[in-house]
Ligand binder design. Structure first.
Ligand code: HEC
Length: 93
């Protein structure tokens, strides 16, 4: 969006940096800090790669997994949202 491009070129006061980052992410339809280039670097091929890419899309949909378990899979322990990284549930599949 043009107005955000222009605003992004102007130095921001420190209190504006986080709200600007949040507004930019919201307009791009991603979560704050999420990779907008799309995709994690993986070393998979064929069906396994396709499965991973589809799973990543589902995980990152707003209000699906990412909103609670976070982009890094570490959850938010202060809100009782558990990490998936190193979870036996995830690793046993
Ligand atoms: C509204 C928040 C929320 C969302 C959205 C959510 N989860 Fe969870 N998830 C939790 C909570 C809270 C627990 C812990 C439940 C418990 O211990 O009874 C949990 C537990 C888990 C666990 C078990 C972790 C362990 O080691 O015990 C897995 C696996 C998991 N979620 C996967 C997912 C996946 C995959 C998605 C998306 C399809 C998802 N969750 C979406 C909140 C959420």
């Amino acid at each position: 969006m043009r107005i955000l491009e222009v605003a992004g070129d102007i130095p921001l006061d420190s209190w504006m940096e986080k709200p600007f980052e949040t507004a930019l992410a919201y307009i791009q339809g991603v979560n704050v800090g999420q990779n907008t280039e799309g995709g994690t670097k993986i070393d998979l091929e064929g069906a396994a790669k396709k499965l991973f890419v589809n799973g990543e899309k589902i995980y990152n949909c707003e209000v699906f997994c990412v909103s609670c378990h976070q982009t890094n899979g570490k959850g938010l322990s202060t809100s009782q949202l558990p990490p998936l990284a190193k979870s036996p549930w995830v690793n046993s599949i």
